[in-house]
Design a protein around this ligand. Structure first.
Ligand code: ATP
Length: 250
């Protein structure tokens, strides 16, 4: 038995664990009730993808790792869902890629920002941005536009798990390289992404970390990582996920 009263061999283990963590996130004031709806939508897409990382998503995760390693100022955006699902894994990815963590909420309240910052500290984070909120993303209404001037605002590469479509589009309009984790290949966020990662954040975050470690261990040169990025075809990745969802198989 683990965190939940279900053995890991249970066929729905991952899905039940995910629900448990989100529910727990709501109880702790980390995840919003809107986050529960997003979770439900995500589950439906994950089910259709076979609740696994499809090969094209794995390719996108490797490209995302290369982007984070080559970035001047990478930032991992953290919302209430991923904070509840993969806090330790986010801290680990930030360490491996030398990225900043920034709490960035759709339904922003100071209480929830602080609850998530504390939660990340409890899971090993040293510094967490998102409380300064001293800059605005152009083109968005006041609350949703708030970011840190030395965080997302200044970043060249931003990893955004489960971003809302408006903000994903506004970040893209700022010229940022956006690595978007979202199980729906048709979402506006994925349509605005530089690298669409169509996978569950619970699998995608650790997978990007593993790829980053492998790229580092193989002492991949900057040139090699640039080639990985240049050869990436985002349209093919979006089309592949949609095909798997529609056909129910690879
Ligand atoms: P759009 O981007 O089209 O504006 P939206 O902002 O209305 O969409 P939401 O209802 O906020 O979308 O849903 C959030 C998105 O996050 C959904 O597309 C859902 O599939 C996705 N999602 C939910 N949970 C996860 C998860 N654990 N991992 C990856 N994606 C997820």
């Amino acid at each position: 038995m683990s965190e939940i009263e279900v053995p890991e061999s249970h066929p729905r283990y991952q899905s039940l664990l995910t629900r448990h963590r989100i529910e727990d996130g709501v109880k702790k004031g980390i995840t919003s009730t809107q986050g529960l709806i997003a979770q439900g939508r995500g589950e439906a897409f994950d089910y259709l993808l076979g609740e696994r990382t499809i090969p094209s998503a794995d390719r996108a995760e490797r490209v995302a790792a290369a982007h984070l390693l080559l970035a001047e100022q990478p930032v991992l955006s953290v919302n209430g869902n991923v904070a509840a699902l993969v806090p330790e894994e986010l801290v680990e990815l930030a360490e491996v890629t030398d990225a900043d963590l920034e709490v960035n909420l759709f339904n922003r309240t100071e209480e929830r920002i602080h609850a998530i910052v504390d939660h990340l500290h409890e899971h090993g984070a040293s510094e967490v941005k998102g409380t300064a909120a001293d800059e605005r993303i152009p083109g968005l209404d006041h609350e949703r536009a708030k970011v840190d001037s030395d965080g997302i605002y200044a970043a060249d590469v931003v990893l955004v798990p489960l971003e809302d479509g408006d903000r994903a589009e506004a970040l893209a309009a700022m010229g940022k390289t956006e690595l978007v984790i979202d199980l729906n290949p048709l979402s506006r966020s994925q349509q605005a992404s530089t690298v669409p990662i169509i996978d569950n954040a619970i699998r995608a975050i650790p997978a990007i970390t593993t790829h980053a470690r492998v790229l580092q261990r193989a002492s991949s040169t900057l040139e090699e990582m640039r080639t990985i990025i240049d050869e990436f075809d985002r349209e093919a990745i979006l089309a592949d996920a949609e095909r798997v969802i529609r056909n129910g198989s690879d």
